[in-house]
Design a protein around this ligand. Structure first.
Ligand code: HEM
Length: 415
């Protein structure tokens, strides 16, 4: 445990519970958030707080209680009109309909429109392309000099993947990275972010670009890419421009930030646990259980928000209709009553896929198998090439309480 986290554990253990606001940006930027969740799981697992930018909200911090909320959509709604899936309630001109922020039946219909992209047959077809690109990116990395793993590997690989899923011009792929970053920016949480009007204008550029792709594909025969799937499916072909924009944001952020931060988080976790890295080198087959352990350990989306649509009890506390609820997957993934030795990074766990990082229930991640495949290929190819990747400086953490990840990680490959 690093010194900042150890100091935070000491602070969290003694501070009055009512002072703990787990959605504090400061905790996430310093990388100390886990200390406050440990205290809450122990002393106040269903916790009420008032955030300066999100107002009053409940935090659900234990594994079983999170499962309960996530699997009761009839009590806990995802609807964008209530505020959607993040704690900040956007003003009407920034509200974006998207199927992750919808309840049945519309959610189910729109989800089905894109689900075929990750059907087992399609995944098998994509595997060789992903491997080829992964090899090319790894073979192009510098030797004996410091470079940024996030930019050269994590962003590059996830953006190439997204370009494939959308059949998006590969030379323009960094626009996808940019729009993903813009989508998750929130000036009210992070003062360094762009102004809301500027953000919506950038997303308007994304919509214009994707509208051109839609118009090309809507009258052509259906193809195996996300734009064509949306344009041809009866559930999505008549979407309003804002709904198209919303679903694009969902698919871009869903497929980008999450896998990107697992790629960086995994390297960091192995660097911090050299005995696990040695075990992996000795037995590369452990990649199969390494990948879900990385996803648990990183938990790239720290929480999902719901809004209570009826009064109900969770963990002995009454949550009233209209109140906001954050299911902190990050905390559930460290719950010792559900996961053995949860604060240890162990690459050969018996049940490694038992984690909450992909959510549960009707909104469970569409892209989970694809993400796992990308990470598996990455680690298989790393092991073939690089006995060591040195982390040579501190990571820079993303300024968000929702996306849990890194904007930079300096590394060096000796060779
Ligand atoms: C939903 C995490 C990769 C697309 C979700 C949810 C989580 C999540 C937590 C919400 C679950 C819930 O509310 O119960 C992750 C993580 C990933 C990852 C940790 C990588 C390690 C991907 C990829 C895609 C994707 C590669 C591909 C496009 C989606 C979509 C949804 C979703 C479309 C909405 C599902 C729905 O509302 O029915 N993901 N995701 N995700 N994810 Fe992922």
């Amino acid at each position: 445990m690093n010194t900042a986290l150890a100091a935070a554990h000491a602070e969290a253990a003694s501070m009055p519970l009512e002072q703990i606001d787990p959605a504090s940006l400061d905790y996430f930027v310093k990388g100390t958030e886990l200390a406050y969740f440990a205290r809450l799981r122990r002393d106040d697992p269903v916790h009420h707080a008032v955030s300066p930018w999100a107002g009053p909200y409940w935090s659900i911090t234990r594994y079983q209680d999170i499962m309960h909320v996530d699997t009761h959509p009839q009590l806990f709604s995802s609807e964008w009109t209530y505020g959607g899936i993040t704690l900040f309630d956007p003003p009407p001109n920034e509200q974006l309909p998207m199927f992750i922020a919808m309840d049945p039946p519309k959610h189910d219909e729109q989800r089905k429109a894109v689900q075929a992209i990750v059907a087992p047959g399609n995944l098998a077809t994509m595997e060789s392309l992903i491997r080829e690109r992964t090899c090319r990116v790894l073979d192009g990395l510098p030797r004996n000099e410091t470079f940024d793993w996030v930019d050269r590997v994590s962003i590059e690989l996830t953006t190439l993947m997204l370009a494939t899923l959308f059949d998006f011009p590969v030379e323009d792929r960094r626009l996808l990275t940019w729009w993903s970053d813009v989508s998750t920016m929130n000036k009210r949480v992070n003062p360094d972010a762009m102004e809301p009007e500027e953000r919506m204008a950038e997303l308007g550029k994304m919509l214009a670009y994707f509208t051109r792709l839609w118009n090309e594909r809507v009258n052509a025969p259906p193809r195996n890419d996300l734009v064509s799937m949306l344009a041809h499916n009866p559930a999505t072909r008549n979407m309003s421009p804002m709904e198209y924009m919303g679903n694009l944001v969902l698919l871009i952020v869903g497929g980008n930030d999450t896998t990107r931060n697992s790629m960086t988080g995994g390297l960091l976790a192995l660097h911090e646990n050299p005995q696990q890295w040695a075990k992996l080198r000795e037995n590369p087959k452990l990649v199969d259980s390494l990948v879900p352990e990385i996803i648990r350990w990183q938990t790239p989306l720290a929480y999902m928000r719901r809004t209570a649509v009826a009064d109900s009890e969770v963990g002995g506390k009454l949550i009233r209709k209209g109140e906001k609820v954050a299911m902190w997957y990050l905390s559930g993934n460290r719950d010792e009553t559900a996961i053995e030795r949860p604060d240890e990074f162990i690459i050969d766990r018996a049940r490694p896929r038992q984690h909450l990082s992909f959510g549960f229930g009707i909104h469970r991640c569409v892209g989970n198998r694809l993400a796992e495949m990308q990470l598996k290929i990455l680690w298989e190819e790393i092991l073939k090439r690089f006995p060591v990747i040195e982390v040579v400086g501190e990571p820079t953490r993303v300024k968000s309480t929702f996306v849990r990840g890194f904007s930079a990680l300096p590394v060096r490959i000796p060779g």
